[in-house]
Design a protein. Structure first.
Ligand code: ADP
Ligand code: ADP
Ligand code: ADP
Lengths: 464, 112, 464, 464, 112, 112
């Protein structure tokens, strides 16, 4: 162990790359969600993701990281003064995990670790948006995103990874975010949907994907980025990072098969939406488990998660909540499956950190009894209730105040035009040569902007 | 025989189809069109420039029908398509001299 | 050399990243192929790639890796028991290439190397699918994929890289997969097309790309991922990895130019499909050669590969095989060009491993005579015949048993609906607000699924 | 310091990855620009980017790198003989920055550094193309691209980073390309637009994006790749790389917010095109500054850049130049903002290299007075004038000789068909089954290619 | 003059165009429509939910023609569009009072 | 009442709409069609194979109008749509027996 603090270049490179990979997941998610949505709401869908990147990154820098990873305050939250965004951390010893005995920590600059965790916060918030497509005001979403991140995500990240009660006292396992990210976002999605209600026409009408290749490409980008999410969460370059990586791959592959097999049996045909959804279900389920179980157990987990989530997405029709793009069916259920899986298949033989670092036990099938299973369930339950309840209350409160639910008219005409004055596509051959926006001849366009001569249509001349 | 053409709001297609089906209309042909009329279009913004999109998406429904049923078809169409708000569209009737079913070569009423 | 086995963190990071990059290539390929296809078969096209990721990853984990990289059995195949998927490899010494004298091998955990090679197997299988678009049953494809991988790819990977006869005895060179991947997949594509026959209407009708931006984006993602494929294949971070990287870039750039110049001269116009196809041709051709030749020779190779492949895709019209998306014209021909190029331009001065590790000779232009050219040709020929023949026989056998070729009706109506009950796009403004699926009012949707209240259209009410 | 030259594996991995990331930016840009364009010119738009990858990579290998990074010749250009593309650099000591005292330099093979800088040259050229969409002949573009790169980019890169007058004598700061890339490309865009003139119908008609999800996805890919661009520009794995990384993230996030807030206030609605454009504006502005300022100052910079660029894009209507996709409003203005920002917020406390390596001063707010501000302005001005003037002259000269501007007819019918004989989309259900290209029955297709039996439509038979 | 309108299966457009061309018909206008009739639609599945897509893609062909040629045009159309399977579509004829060629202002038969 | 149908070049739609608006025409319906006629299509290349795309994008404009105004509408349309180059399109007039405004149920001229 070095006396002077020293950067570990390989760990640092790995985290830099992983951070970039996780950042890419949110545009990937935007595409996945956008493609699943109707064409008249695709932009609003994507905008919820893009705005989450914008807003949550800033909150994280200024106080979120402190709340999650500052010195523990009674197991509940980190000390908000520790890493305030107004400070800078560029001294030689500003390495993550540095202590007196281990002045280099994991050898990664604080800013790199902060950026890595930042993109986790971003995508967790973005995940929620898939449940409420086609029916919300954008201002309401922004407010919700900021508040939910502050009240729920930042503390929960502390509970699970920052020295809070779930990790440090309950000793529940969560390698890369089954509880902190997927159960958390899934429960929030459910709470928010219950607060905001169904879309006009649901479930009578068909709300089918408008662009399935986007769905598949989005799933592909998510898969790619998820390697950073999962294998990056080991934070160091070692054999467990390799284990997390290969487990992510094989569980996801198995979940693709699990989902399409269910479709084949139930519906007679396997679909590409199913294969893509299966991939996400597998990625979700392996997330908490990827560094703690064996590859063969990951394959099994993937098969189960793919198959169960393929069935779970029908729950909404039974129970009557309009979770548009199945955030509950995939992330909530998938997160639970992966988290409980650890109660059966986690093994200190595979990863000594299970016992040494987290203080957790072997799973049931490795002779650890049901202890760990109980811990996993308790952790999941606590986050489910807390996140779901806060999301529900925030949803109601925002709707009562600044307004959250869009009008029925906006839903019918399309939320993109209503909230963003944009439409996604224009394939018309006449566009820009007279048609499309059908701006009138002879009139110099101008906008309401300060630039007095920008385009403006001559609505008053012709629409009368 | 007559051809009844209707230009309606997209959201009403469902109701129209059901109403026609209830009448026993066996077939129809629909297409996507853009309408311009009293109903105002919406405004779109692109990089600070505002554009009024004056054409609104509409659905055109075409139904070939028996002379005797025309009134029923028109009424059913109009009732089902009505929301009472501006832009509900038009229905019009034109004369058709002959109809052929491609599959069988049947002509006239048998072709419907 | 360290006494105790130790991970090399930089090599490990590089392989982790490279693996993620190569994984991304398959969704990239799906997009590339999907965009080139007609719109009514794009989902089936992409589904063949996505299912390959699902299926082949699992087979690789359980026995494929052993067959390819287990201890050599007579030059033909690896010992299947060596790395069975039920085992775990997390001991300190479980590093790839570890031997008694060199207990660290290349310093990369076995799981990382296994994952890297896994994604090679995946994409090789996926490549084949481009040849048979719009005409196959999905079940037939899945069976073919699993069998061809097992009978052909796993052994051929062993022949070339796993200690088998092509690498170890014939001393043929293949840096990253000219013979093992591209000639192999291209020959299989040809065999399979001959077995399954032409599409209805081919070549009388135009089968043009339905979405050229997808083609270009797919090519971009492939190019990006290919750096992992090629430079990652060096397995260690050294100057040869850098050479492989820059060669990949400049050969591909040159091939873009080569292809569009041919188009310009022949057709009067250069196209984006041409530029994208040229990029793939260049990437294919440089694959076997990237670590063995000089950058200027790579530029030349790219120009030649781009130009020749641009001409070679017309072969199918002459010879009458309906290779839909030109897998033969690009991968087979491009792979051959790159592989033979080594017989001219490989040089031990550039990369000592040519002689030291593979036991190969300098190319003709570096004074090595025609020896190496002969070896390259022999290796390519063996793989061509083996892979092509097996693919043909599998194609015929599957068609005779569970059925492989779709009905003419399915082809005309579109293979997406026929095989996957999905259609790719719905841009209708009325979707989900009454039109689109035109579900009828007043009826509670329900599915055949166990969830009794999921959507269902009222077909019996209205379709009568 | 090692006596023998030795590769630094972590630095090398980081640069390899960064190079791949930056390469991906150009296809990402193609998508971003392509989506913003009308559908009848999307392919030409993307083709300008793809051809830039092809052409500039080759020029860079053969002489561009030498011109930029060869031994300084009077502050103006590098010695062209130093790294000619016909040489090879694979000796042990062929490491970038190697000197007698420091035989390892930064520990990165020359080829890796050369490839990293290659993709910078590529994207700088590609950036320009967004200004002239829908109106140019492809041959004219190719010629322009090659000449502008040679006359402007290669020398300017030398001025800024290669030991030339801007970096070494003026001591102006540019971490990753504010002056060298964005001001440079933006000024060229302006010059070229002035030379080529407006599109038919501009500004009377609406030229709106044809595919906004492409715009957002393109922005997402650019964001992802930009981490390589910015954090990779540190060239070594250290805490400044981490600083550059997190600054890139938070400035971009803030710029998303800045841009949409302006839209919200001015137009009443925030848009996804705005969020995407804001991201690009933030990425551009943080580029020169990312390794030199504190994260909180980056947030501020992002807000300002997002807001100002959102306003600046209306300039073209006021001043009457048809910069189609706002290269000037975003890259030129954004580059200037970021570059001047250094005059206020750069601090040697944060990054000692500011003083030690570049010889620059602290910014105004860090007690350095206005010295650095003046230097930044001078550097920007010089590049603006040089690049703008050369671009204008090249545009005029090419138009006069081989022709650069397309005919009005080509503009109206669509530049894709006119210049590339391609159209981007075919969603027709009838495609390939009779409709689409409507090839006639009974006729064997054939092309003008040497392959006599390739497809050809029977135009003479039916079009008469 | 007459307007002959045909709603046919997309795959038959080729044959139809050729048949009309053989007749000497100088021009035609086609568009994409969706048809509903005796022919059943297909079923699509989205995440476990089944939807019947009842509207089928069809092509609408419109041909302006001389009164004298109407029968020939209709016959050619019907023959070329026929597959004999349900859903082959309809052809109908309506009267046209005047036709103008935009380019020249020619009217009536000269405008065709 | 009459229905005036025009098939025109996409680029001319703007001028046509303005001309009709100037005449006081209150509404119209447009759709995208593909035309085949004297005007040559263009050639596309895909991987070395050349295809003639014979159908050209056109815009179809439909205007319901008063009998009395027909000539004015036709003339305005023809003048505004004219570029003088081949492919400018056709305008034709058909009789309409009845028109209904869906919103109000008004019939005939009041429905326009
Ligand atoms: N004179 C006309 N000719 C053809 N179509 C018309 C005409 N007037 C209106 N339409 C169609 O009817 C639609 C509705 O007309 P509009 O004037 O907006 O409302 P309303 O029918 O309720 O008065 C328009 O969008 C257009 O498609
Ligand atoms: N009454 C009708 N009015 C308008 N179009 C019709 C009518 N009936 C059928 N069609 C059109 O004709 C197509 C074929 O009709 P269908 O009943 O399915 O088969 P067939 O013509 O062989 O009896 C339909 O898809 C629809 O587009
Ligand atoms: N007989 C016809 N029936 C229906 N549409 C026609 C007919 N002839 C031409 N058209 C339409 O008019 C358009 C222009 O016709 P074309 O012969 O190319 O030029 P022009 O009208 O200038 O002589 C065609 O693209 C087609 O849409």
């Amino acid at each position: 162990m070095p006396e002077a603090p020293a950067i570990d270049p390989a760990n640092t490179v790995w985290l830099l790359v992983s951070t970039a990979l996780v950042l890419l997941m949110t545009p990937g998610l935007a595409l996945f969600y956008g493609g699943l949505n109707r064409s008249k709401g695709v932009l609003n869908m994507m905008m919820m993701s893009f705005s989450a990147i914008g807003l949550i990154s800033i909150l994280w820098l200024f106080y979120g990281f402190s709340m999650a990873f500052g010195a523990d305050q009674g197991g509940i939250v980190g000390n908000i003064g520790d890493y305030l965004g107004t400070k800078t951390f560029l001294a030689e010893g500003d390495l993550w995990g540095a202590t007196a005995e281990n002045p280099s920590g994991i050898g990664v600059p604080i800013y790199v670790f902060m950026a890595f965790q930042m993109v986790f916060a971003v995508i967790t918030v973005a995940l929620i948006s898939g449940a409420i497509s086609d029916r919300t005001k954008f201002a309401g979403w922004l407010l919700f995103a900021g508040l939910w991140a502050t009240i729920v995500y930042f503390p929960v990240a502390h509970w699970v990874w920052g020295g809070g009660w779930i990790g440090a006292k309950l000793h529940a396992l969560d390698f890369a975010g089954g509880t902190a990210v997927h159960i958390n976002a899934g429960a929030a999605a459910l709470g928010l949907v219950l607060a905001l209600g169904k879309r006009v026409g649901w479930p009578r009408e068909a709300f089918k994907p408008h662009n399935v290749p986007f769905v598949a490409l989005g799933a592909g980008l998510l898969w790619f980025g998820w390697f950073g999410f999962n294998a990056g969460s080991e934070l160091t370059v070692d054999s467990i990072a390799g284990l997390a990586f290969i487990n992510t791959q094989v569980a996801t592959a198995a979940a693709v098969l699990g989902w399409i097999v269910v479709e084949w049996i139930r519906d007679g045909k396997p679909t590409l939406v199913g294969a893509s959804s299966g991939a996400i279900a597998g990625l979700v389920a392996i997330t908490p488990a990827c560094g703690f179980i064996a590859p063969w157990a990951s394959v099994l987990l993937g098969l189960v998660a793919g198959a169960v989530c393929a069935l779970a997405i029908s729950l909404k029709y039974k129970l009557g909540y309009d979770d548009s793009l199945d955030v509950v069916g995939v992330h909530f259920i998938g997160g639970w499956i992966g988290s409980l899986w650890l109660g059966f298949f986690a093994s200190t033989e595979l990863n000594a950190a299970i016992g040494d670092v987290v203080g957790a036990s072997d799973g049931l099938f490795y002779g650890g009894g049901v202890t760990q299973l109980g811990r996993q369930a308790l952790a999941g339950l606590a986050v489910t209730i807390f996140s779901g309840a806060v999301a529900f209350l925030l949803g109601k409160a925002i709707d009562k105040t600044i307004g959250f639910r869009a009008t029925e008219e906006a839903e019918i005409d399309g939320i993109d035009v209503a909230e963003h004055a944009e439409s996604a596509y224009d394939y018309s051959p006449s566009t820009g040569s007279s048609g499309g926006a059908f701006a009138m001849a002879g009139i110099n366009p101008s906008s309401k902007s300060t630039a007095a001569t920008a385009p403006e249509a001559s609505s008053e001349k012709v629409a009368g | 025989m007559k051809l009844v053409t209707a230009v309606i709001k997209p959201y009403q297609l469902d109701a129209v189809k059901e109403a026609l089906h209830a009448l026993g209309v066996a077939g129809l042909t629909v297409s996507e069109v853009q309408g311009y009329g009293r109903q105002k279009g919406h405004t779109e913004v692109y990089r600070g420039a505002e554009y009024t999109v004056e054409f609104l998406p509409k659905i055109k429904v075409e139904v070939l029908t028996d002379e005797i049923d025309v009134e029923k078809v028109v009424d059913a169409l109009v009732t089902a398509a009505r929301t009472g708000k501006i832009g509900d569209g038009k229905v019009w009737v034109t004369g058709v001299e002959d109809v052929v079913r491609v599959r069988t070569g049947e002509r006239g009423l048998d072709a419907l």
